[in-house]
Design a protein around this ligand. Structure first.
Ligand SMILES: NC(=O)c1ccc[n+]([C@@H]2O[C@H](COP(=O)([O-])OP(=O)(O)OC[C@H]3O[C@@H](n4cnc5c(N)ncnc54)[C@H](O)[C@@H]3O)[C@@H](O)[C@H]2O)c1
Length: 330
């Protein structure tokens, strides 16, 4: 049984901790977070130890593997601490906000032959996995264009946004990874627009809430990403893959398939699942399963720190493109 520490007891930490506790191959040993009340409540709920010291949780002799769901600016230090002790890590995205720091960390991870998976969970969404499989099976022939719609239901708290690194590195980074993964080629140039249509106060953070991005690969494949921090109708996550032999379309999820016809509405369906916690619940389980399966089989991790660097580089270039209005080489 693999004994696991989960670091972070916030939104994503709670998901990872619950998934570890529910997995028969794993034992949730400890959850750690400096917010004492929150971490104690989570530990009591899941029947494990709690700690306010993430470093001490990593160091515990009865911890074999570490899952990191703490704020972004802590990812590298915590990952390296675990790697130096020879412990495998599943680390949340983004790897860091500073590309040079992230590169140095990846080099150190590789020097230690560290086993680290980056938590790009959208790759493990069952719908997205089916899209990827269909592409690999040649169902749409040569992929020519991809359209990704990625809209959150509402702005995250200001304190979260302040440390998030901005929409491209915090939110659109998922879509940059998805684009690379589905295109099967690295984007080499990016054009982007960013605006504050939801909350003009984001200007003080140097951030945007509404973005449109165009990516192009060396062979000319194109990807369009449209992202917003606010969609009043719920979490809007769609994928369209257009190729020489057809198109794949991956639509949104609803709680049930119920449809209603009344005097006031025709073919009305239930609202979309509201947020990532619900819409991507399965993806976090599959992600954890792939992490453990790779550890058991000693196979490569399905998303690596190098993937984290590539997505971060695209995010930085997209920000530059939005700021300058220029097409930026990646
Ligand atoms: N893959 C996904 O779908 C997904 C979704 C949400 C967040 N994330 C990522 O997960 C990370 C956490 O995001 P969140 O939404 O859970 O944030 P959150 O604010 O809900 O939770 C963060 C937790 O970290 C704790 N914390 C604060 N400072 C800390 C420190 N110095 N060391 C350790 N812990 C500290 C806080 O007490 C809090 O409980 C971010 O990097 C974010 O990008 C990923």
């Amino acid at each position: 049984m693999l004994r696991v520490a989960v670091l972070g007891a916030g939104r994503i930490g709670k998901i990872h901790a619950a998934n570890v506790a529910a997995d028969r191959r794993l034992k949730l040993v400890v959850v750690a977070d400096p917010y004492k009340e929150g971490v104690e409540a989570l530990a009591a709920q899941l029947g494990c130890d709690s700690s306010v010291d993430c470093a001490a949780a990593i160091d515990r002799e009865d911890v074999d593997a570490v899952i990191i769901g703490t704020p972004t600016d802590t990812h590298i230090d915590l990952t390296l601490r675990a790697v130096r002790l020879g412990k495998p890590v599943l680390c949340e995205k983004p790897i860091d906000l500073d590309i040079e720091r992230a590169l140095a960390a990846v080099e150190e991870i590789e020097r230690h032959h560290g086993t680290v998976m980056l938590a790009f969970n959208r790759r493990f969404d069952p719908d997205a996995m089916r899209v990827k499989q269909a592409i690999e099976d040649g169902e749409v022939g040569d992929v020519r264009q991809i359209v990704i719609t990625s809209r959150d239901p509402g702005l995250a708290p200001t304190e979260y946004l302040r440390h998030s690194g901005g929409i491209f590195r915090d939110m659109t980074i998922h879509d940059f990874d998805t684009a690379r993964w589905l295109l099967g080629e690295e984007p080499v140039e990016v054009m982007a627009m960013g605006n504050r249509l939801v909350d003009p106060a984001l200007e003080a953070l140097g951030d945007y809430d509404s973005v449109m991005v165009l990516l192009r690969t060396a062979s000319g494949k194109q990807c369009h990403i449209n992202g917003s921090r606010q969609a009043v109708y719920g979490f809007d996550q769609r994928l369209e893959v257009f190729g020489s032999k057809g198109m794949l379309l991956n639509d949104n999820h609803r709680p049930t398939t119920l449809r209603r016809w009344t005097s006031g509405a025709t073919d009305a369906r239930e609202p979309l699942l509201n947020f990532f916690l619900e819409r991507h619940a399965d993806s976090y389980k599959v992600e954890l399963d792939r992490f453990v399966t790779a550890l058991e089989g000693k196979t490569p991790m399905p998303a690596t720190p190098r993937d984290g660097i590539r997505a971060l580089r695209i995010a930085n270039c997209a920000f530059e493109a939005a700021e300058t209005g220029r097409c930026v080489k990646i």
